[in-house]
Design a protein around this ligand. Structure first.
Ligand code: GDP
Length: 424
């Protein structure tokens, strides 16, 4: 059975924890999009980890971790990440990398920096991991697949041709030192030797796994609102964050994805620029940021303070719908126990009219939040194992959200640990 775990919001919903938890009963865990630009935080018996490229299942001896063709593969980064977990006592994980995955080139990261410098204040809030230049090149057909590393003559020729093109931009647009094709070629040969033991036809591997009835998890990165088509374009990421893309980025038939778990955060947080209707500021935001997540709401990759807001039912319903969510996990609910009142954004007022539909970016910029206020529960809910044992106001908050988003909330996460979960 194939199941996808994806974000319904702006990312950082706690997908890592849910993947890690469901990894226990999975055979294969697949990354299908994105790269090392976002991170998942996982807490387990080995300690606390921030993973960026590896799927969150790498801690189990029984799972195979797959880096699918849809991923932006930063080879030295992957090697480093594997080493860093092994150094902390995690058994060497089984990892397969698609031979159709494309390679994050050294110049992608440079171009990301150069472009941010060029745009100055108008930048997209990139994490500067090379993601946008990487996907641009992939679709401009000047990217490099893992498989291409193994034909030296063809590789050399292609590097020369691509670098000649890149150097024109570097020299005339960015006024930076040009690239040496020979050096890039040699770097790629060292990367080839690093990746060779992992590279294979992962789509064929997954097809076989499906045939054998294995449990497969597709692990999404970021969330619906960062999707290039359905998110807050252009303040989005460069690969699709939707479960549907899981089929493409992993190389499996779309009809095999039977269960789509949308991870929803009990309040809102976002990194980077972009419209954020229910955003809060000042002391109110600082307090939620300080108490949020596990040890505060700061980006797992960049350490940037996250922007904070109240629960946005409009964005989340849309987020779940575009994911095709079959069920929802509501996370970090424990954080909200300090509040007397919990505002929930139930509508957007745009040009004097209230809507419950999530609009395009230009309209979104005009939206003002319409709140409904629910009473808080004013106590600690960590440690509670049964839904009925949650305080009444807490259950009301969950059930109100469930009604607004129209998808069953099957699990509630009330702490960062692997087993801090309440199943309904
Ligand atoms: P991801 O990218 O969706 O995996 O999310 P992140 O890992 O960036 O952010 C989630 C943060 O919240 C991490 O620090 C988690 O350890 C933490 N977390 C996840 N679920 C819960 C929860 O139910 N309660 C609390 N307090 N923290 C949680």
């Amino acid at each position: 059975m194939v199941r996808a775990i994806v974000g319904a919001n702006w990312g950082d919903e706690g997908k890592g924890k849910i993947t890690d938890m469901l990894g226990e009963v999975s055979d294969v865990i697949v990354r299908f999009q994105g790269g090392s630009n976002a991170g998942h935080t996982i807490i387990n018996e080995y300690g606390k980890f921030a993973l960026h490229l590896l799927p969150s299942g790498v801690f189990y001896g029984h799972t195979t971790s797959v880096i699918g063709n849809g991923v932006a593969l930063n080879i030295p980064y992957l090697m480093q990440e594997i080493q860093s977990i092994v150094d902390r006592g995690v058994p060497t994980p089984k990892i397969l990398v698609s031979n159709r995955a494309q390679i994050m080139m050294p110049y992608h990261i440079l171009f990301d920096q150069y472009e941010e410098e060029r745009l100055k204040g108008k930048a997209f809030g990139s994490t500067k991991s090379g993601i946008a230049p990487f996907y641009s090149d992939k679709y401009a057909k000047i990217g490099f697949q893992v498989s291409e590393l193994f034909d030296e003559a063809a590789l050399k020729e292609k590097v020369e041709s691509v670098v000649a093109y890149k150097n024109i931009l570097i020299e005339h647009l960015y006024h930076k030192p040009t690239l040496d094709p020979e050096e890039i070629y040699r770097t790629l040969l060292t990367w080839r030797d690093m990746i060779a033991p992992y590279a294979c036809d992962t789509a064929a591997f997954l097809q076989q796994a499906i045939k054998e009835g294995k449990n497969i998890l597709l692990e999404g990165q970021l969330g619906t609102l960062k999707d290039p088509d359905f998110g807050i374009y252009p303040m989005v990421t460069s690969s699709s964050t939707l479960a549907a893309y899981g089929a493409i980025g992993a190389g499996i038939p779309p009809y095999e994805i039977k269960d789509i778990i949308a991870v929803v955060k009990a309040y809102s947080s976002a990194v980077g620029a972009g419209e954020f209707v229910s955003e809060i500021f000042g002391d109110e935001a600082d307090e939620l940021r300080r108490r949020g997540g596990d040890g505060g709401e700061f980006g797992a990759t960049t350490g940037r303070p996250r922007r904070m807001g109240w629960f946005d039912a409009v964005a989340t319903r849309y987020g779940c719908r575009m994911q095709g969510a079959t069920e929802v996990v509501l996370t970090v609910l424990d954080v909200l126990g300090y509040l007397d009142k919990l505002p929930i954004c139930v509508g957007y007022e745009i040009d004097g009219k209230v809507t419950k539909d999530f609009p395009t970016t230009a309209e979104l910029a005009k939206a003002k939040p319409v709140y409904e206020i629910l009473p808080g529960w004013k106590c600690e809910i960590r440690g509670i194992k049964k839904y009925e044992d949650l305080p009444e106001n807490c259950r009301n908050y969950i059930e109100f959200i469930e009604k607004e988003i129209g998808v069953p909330i099957t699990m509630v996460s009330n702490g960062p640990g692997r087993h801090e979960i309440i199943k309904r």
